[in-house]
Design a protein around this ligand. Structure first.
Ligand SMILES: [Fe+2]
Length: 249
């Protein structure tokens, strides 16, 4: 399995506190059957100056010490704002391994009018947003069709394994299930923040449940084939059934 959303780098955000926690998380992920992780720290100021080399250094430190066979690649979880298109073009914000794919987080309690315009601009600039855990947004919880519309414009969606297990409340749980039922999910990822508590780098617990909702071959795509295409920068439009190209956004 491949986990494309994970706060495993030490001391850069609200994820792993230090390198020993990062290493524990890597070992836990390997035990769960995860072979590759994309580290996606929040774009806090600490990584803003030279995010790529800073994150690479941390990644190499923990990968060497953990003695796991997990490959760690780099991305970033980018909270949407009107500054994001410029930041991506200037390479101050990181796409996945400098590919076209960018992990974008919506606000949790709102869906402001400007969001669709900013997403459209990101697409026009040649990037493909992957919307992180849309099931946690209160407006999406009221109207999951927001996500259907986003996918029809060629963007991708990623739900959290923990949402399927009820770790983020009933509304997120019900919305994650609804998105699976309506074939509106491209990827399931851990969004792990710690080696303790409930935000663990573990996917397998949720897959049985997801498989019963959407079929096990679909779930396999969500944790393996689609994430692999993303980290290799391959186009997924045909693979995931998106309906239009980004120029239509
Ligand atoms: Fe996250």
């Amino acid at each position: 399995m491949i986990d494309i959303h994970n706060h495993i780098l030490p001391g850069v955000d609200d994820g792993a506190q230090d390198s020993s926690e990062s290493i524990a998380m890597l070992q836990m992920a390997q035990a769960d059957g995860i072979e590759l992780i994309v580290a996606t720290p929040h774009h806090f100021p600490i990584v803003r100056q030279d995010p790529s080399s800073y994150a690479s250094r941390l990644r190499d430190q923990i990968a060497e010490k953990s003695r796991t066979k997990i490959t760690v690649r780099l991305g970033q979880e980018i909270a949407i704002s009107e500054d994001v298109p410029r930041g991506l073009l200037d390479r101050k914000l990181l796409s996945f391994e400098q590919s076209q794919y960018v992990l974008i987080e919506l606000p949790f309690f709102d869906y402001p009018d400007w969001v669709d315009g900013v997403l459209a601009e990101i697409c026009r600039d040649g990037f493909t947003p992957i919307i992180a855990h849309p099931e946690r947004n209160t407006e999406v919880q009221k109207d999951p069709n927001i996500i259907t519309a986003i996918r029809e414009k060629g963007m991708l969606t990623q739900i959290n394994a923990g949402s399927l297990l009820g770790h983020f409340g009933d509304a997120a749980n019900e919305t994650a299930i609804k998105l699976l039922e309506t074939e509106s999910v491209d990827v399931i990822a851990s969004d792990a923040h710690s080696a303790h508590g409930f935000r663990l780098p573990v996917l397998s617990d949720a897959l049985e449940l997801a498989g019963r909702i959407t079929g096990f071959s679909q779930v396999e795509r969500m944790v393996s084939e689609t994430p692999r295409a993303i980290i290799e920068g391959r186009s997924l439009r045909e693979d995931v059934g998106t309906k239009s190209d980004s120029s239509a956004v």
